[in-house]
Design a protein around this ligand. Sequence first.
Ligand code: MRU
Length: 354
Amino acid sequence: MNGQYKALWLNDDDDLEVIDQRYLPFEKKTRILITAHDACEAIQDMTVRGAGVIGNVAAFGVYLAAREFEGDKSQIKQTAMKIRVSRPTAVNLMWAVDRMLNIVAQSDDVIHDCKAEAMAIADEDVLRTQKIGKIGCDIIENIMVERKINQFNILTHCNAGWLAIIDSGSALAPIYEAHKRGIAIHVWVDETRPRNQGASLTSWELLDAGISHTIIPDNTGGHLMQQGKVDMVITGADRVALNGDAANKIGTYLKALAAKDNNVPFYIALPISTFDFECDNGVSDIDIEIRSEDEVHLMRGIDKHGNVQNIRITPEGSAAINYSFDVTPARLITGLITEAGLIAPNKNAIGKLK
Ligand code: MRU
């Protein structure tokens, strides 16, 4: 690998260049991150998002700190700890920073070794997502044979594609693989209020890949499942506890409930770096990020003159609350699709991955 990944890359100046996801689907812009502070800000303001890519930007952020502070270990560590708390829920962030800190502690050539480690994490993510794609697609094919269907309808929530984890995504990886294998697949894309990662990012990815999809308001999934129009639900995850409880974008839990009620298999796709082996119980122990209420009050869109606008959709004076994630209990999850295979959502199976 050469450090050129779809969602981020090191440019000719060795700065980190990322797709600025805040402008999609209307404009494809990039942002150049030169300092560790830039990396931290990009994670916080959602220039980059999605558990995997947050981890990559954090890892490269530690490299930028190493460069900035000319290898001064104590300044690098201090800065790395700031990056480590830039968002609370996606555990890939902490996992990636801890891996980088390990290198900082051991290395005699910190700048060189931090760059190599950040690239190693990214290279590994590419391979992990390819494996997840193949394993997930085998599951899709088995369901199709079992149910004797030749068209597969799959529902996903939020964005767990290559914008969220390089280079194939987690939940979208089996979908990309199915498309590659010539399977007739159609994706129901939850719009994913309040930031609309489904409507603006997942749809953008699928359109670009030529994969059939339909954007649906978040409340539509249950109805579609009752009508037999969903063969599988698949989402990514931001943190999965030892007991199999999975934190993902707010609204995932409701989809899992509807899936259970309608006997629709509900899978979570994730790299092993998304497990939090220190967390015994996801529902009670995972820290859920609360973001600005403006994300609820304001909607971003494009007007008929092609201008991107933020418009208010709520009365001035009404309060809003913006929980960014929820936790789906393990009992609602059919299986966890990882690079190590299909894992049962329980302590016994997950504990073996440690
Ligand atoms: O707030 P976001 O957009 O970072 O939330 C992202 C999600 O919930 C994704 O579905 C999740 O990270 C899984 S993809 C690696």
